[in-house]
Design a protein around this ligand. Sequence first.
Ligand code: SF4
Length: 471
Amino acid sequence: MSIHASSSMEVGIHETRAKAKAKRKRTPSRALVAKPSALRSGKAPEEAGDIEDFSSEDALRIRSSLLRWYDEHQRVLPWRTRSSGDGEEEEEDRAYAVWVSEVMLQQTRVQTVIEYYNRWMARWPTLRLLAGATQEEVNEMWAGLGYYRRARFLLEGAKSIIQEGEFPQTASALRGVRGIGDYTAGAIASIAFNEAVPVVDGNVVRVISRLMAISSNPKETSTVKTFWRLAGQLVDPDRPGDFNQAMMELGATLCSKTSPSCSACPVSKQCRAFLLSVSNPSVKVIDYPLKVAKVKQRHDFAAVCVVEIVEVLDQKLLKEDNNRPRYLLVKRPEQGLLAGLWEFPLVLIDEKDTKQNTRRKTIDRYLKKILELKNCNVNMREDVGEYVHVFSHIRLHMYVELMSLTLTGGSDLLVNEEESSTVTRKIVDDLLMKSMGLTSGVRKVYNMICDFKKSQLMQRAPRTKTRRSIP
Ligand code: SF4
């Protein structure tokens, strides 16, 4: 699993071996790591010391041991088996595969990504085909993976590369493409184009922290720079792509967060955290890297109204319509969280306004604004439940209700995707709802609605409709 270093961080990729060498000569930055004297005495470092470079002997040993282990134990993953030739076309093909997979792997498990990756490649097997896709199609394909900005940048990046006419082949050139940060640039350049540049993701941070027993805050910019410097010293000049993948593979498998398998590790002899833990039982390898308190999540609240149109009393439409249940979807603004994605009508509210009456008034005002519904009756309106959707920095408490309408006119609403003065909306039937790409939050709400309707069917005898209008 890959976690990108933030693109906003001022970190340096070592573009060439010469540059890496020059950087190694710099005065080491602030004291952060166990000094050799502490290692020899078996004491855990109490105070940070200067971060040392890898010695050239250690770097050589780590390279050869890790590559040998990787050759034997690497997982077979679809993006690794794509285009092995050295021709320009094969390289670009591989670069595209690495790009898509690495972007998908950010914050997402490998097992989940495999399915998405295979579907993506079946639909857009080349960068050129992807560049011809619409944002809507890409969002659909991405639905459920989260962090939708990644999908938008991927498409924008593909379009710009096709427009420019060639795939950038170095990390520094790749960083000029929209959405490609230091990590992705390093991954593409080393794996597809054999450039000896490092990558630093969460797995590499963990492995290097342990190899060098680095006890400083891994999120601090100065420490992040140090990880890039150290990773640059290790990269194998002949097999940079394999070496980078081996580092990430080690972090994803043997050198796991909570239960590393040091006895099976190919680089345990060069691992300072492991050597410390052997000589001093109070030291544990999982003490590295330092655990940093997570940023506190914000709690947001929202009223969500799933508007279901169950019946259309409109002769014009009845001829061709089978009266399937249909649902109203609204497109989110093109900027901000979940930009440009479809959702059920949703209004953010204050925590104090989560009571049913207040929520409904808020939703009614919103629906009136976006729907201009004049000819309809409300058959049923009931609360379905509360669902908390977790984003990286927000816990969104959604209060979900179902409102079932009979439309007695104005059936144009059902046919087209329409842009009103405030929003773009569309109505989709239940068959399409099941198959279309939806964000996991919207999918969850839809499943709540389906469960609710099933339980209603089972529990209640058919009842008389009470016809009233939206207040
Ligand atoms: S010896 Fe243990 S802690 Fe060190 S790199 Fe290997 S698995 Fe990780």
